[in-house]
Design a binder for this molecule. Sequence first.
Ligand code: GDP
Ligand code: MG
Length: 503
Amino acid sequence: MLETLTQGFTAARERLAGVRELSEENIDEALRDVRMSLLEADVDFAVVKDFLARVKQKSLGVRVGTRTRDASGRSIHVTPGQHFVRSCEEELTELMGPVDPELARSTGGVTSVLLLGLQGVGKTTVAAKLANYLKKKKKRPLLVAADVYRPAAVLQLQQLGESIGVPVHAGAEGESPAAICAAAAERARNESLNAIVYDTAGRLAIDDLLMTELEEINRATSPANTLLVCDALMGRDAVNVAKAFSERIKLDGLVLTKLDGDARGGAALAVKAVTGVPIKFVGTGESLDRLEEFRPEGLASRILGMGDIVGLVKDFDEVTDEKEAEADAAKLLKGEFGLDDLLKQLKMIQKMGPLRDVLAKLPMFGSMAEQVDESETVKVESLIRSMTPGERATPDLIDKSRASRIARGCGRRSKDVRDLVERFGQMREVMSSLGSPGGLLSRIPGMGQLAGAGAAGPLDPEALLGGMGSMAGGSKPGKARDQKRQKGKRKQARRARRKNRKR
Ligand SMILES: Nc1nc2c(ncn2[C@@H]2O[C@H](COP(=O)(O)OP(=O)(O)O)[C@@H](O)[C@H]2O)c(=O)[nH]1
Ligand SMILES: [Mg+2]
C-alpha cells in the first residue's frame, strides 16, 4: 500500500543525500518528486500545496552539522538530508494526526458507535471488526443491522456476528432504521451489554434521503461516537464525501478502510485535514482482525519508506509471550541461535499475517516486501523439520552426506539444504553484529537494553534507518573498546565455523 507516496519521498531523500546545505533550489527540486507522488496518490490539491509549503519553510537554510535535539533532549548533529526527512515526517504526522483511538462512552457507560458512509466502503465489515476489537477489550458488544434496504445486508452482519460470537439485533419487517436502533439500545440495556455498534445503509452517492435517515438514527440513539467510514480507494472523492457528511451530522472520527488494497491511498492524507476530526482506526484487510488503531507516526514513517517499528512490535505483542521473545532476542543477538529458533520465528511471522505485511513494517525491507515469496517459508520449514535436533542447534554440523539425507527426507534438493545453512550463517553473523554494543539495534529508541549495550551507539550520519534511527544516538566512553572485543569474538567464531565445515 501507499507505494506511490513512498516512491516520491524516497526519490526526494536520495536527491538530498549528499548536499551540504538545503537551499531554495535543491528543496524545490526534491519537493517536485514529493508533489508528483502526492498528486498521483490522489491527495487533495489544496492539502498538497499547504503541505509542501510547510516542509519547505521548515527545511530552508539547514547546513551540514546543524544541531538538533533527539527524543531524549540530547543535542546531536544531523545532515541536511536527514533534516529534510524529519521535516516531512513531522508534517505528515501533523497532517494525519493526532492519535486518538479512544472511543467515548455515553452516560450509562455504554460505548456506542454509529457508522456512516457510502455503499461498499466497508461499514458492515468495520462494524464486525469493531465489535471484535471491543470484545478483546473485555466489552460485551451488540451489533445492530440498520441497513434495511438489502435483505443481504442483514444476513451479512448476522454471519459476521456469529463468527465472532457477538449478538446481532435486526428489526422486524417494515420497522424504520431509527426504530430498530432505538429498540437495540433498549435491548443492550436490558441484557447489560456495554457496547453497541450501529451498521447503517449507504448509497452510491450522497442523497438527501440517506442524510435524513441518518439524522433520525442519530437523534434516536445519541451515539457517543459517530464515525465516518471512507475507503482508501476513494482518493480525492473522499474529501467531498467527508465534507458532505460532516455538514449534516457531527462526526467524531474517521475509519479508513482498504489501506491494504490501494497503491495510492491519498485519502489517508487528506480526510483529516478536511474534516478536522481524527482518523481513529484503519482497516488493512478483509478478515475481522485487520483493524488497527491509527498511529500517524507509523503511517508517516512507512510513507517515507522507513518502516514501522512500533507497529511491528505491536503485532509481535499479540502473538508472542513477552518473556520468551526477550529471551529469544537476547539469544539471537549473541549469535546463539539455531535453526529451531528460526523455525519458531517463522511460525510466529506466519501467525502475524501475510509475510509481506510484516516486512512492510521493517525499515530495511519495506520496499522489498512486494517480492517476498510465501512458498519460500514453506520450503524452509520442511527443510528444518527434516533435520535432527543436533543439526538444528548446530547447523555447521551439516556436511555433504547429511545435507543429502535431509534433502531426501523432505523431497528437496541438497543444494536447498546447503543454501539454507549458508544463509543462516550469514544471518547469524549480521544479527550478532547488530546486537553488539554500538550496533544498529542499539540506536533504535528503546532497543538499547535489548542490544546489551546499555547505551545508544555513536552517531552515524547515514545510518541504515534512513537516518532517523540514528537520531536517538548518543555516545559513551569505553564503547570503542567493547566494539573491538566483539569484533575479535566474531572473527573467532567465523574461524571456528570454517574449521567445522572442513571437517
Ligand atoms: N481489502 C480490504 N477489503 C475490505 C476492507 N474492508 C472491507 N472490505 C471489503 O469491501 C467490501 C464491502 O464491504 P462492506 O462491509 O459490505 O461495505 P458496506 O457496503 O459499507 O457495508 C467487502 O467485500 C469487504 O470484504 C479492508 O480493509 N480491506
Ligand atoms: Mg453494509
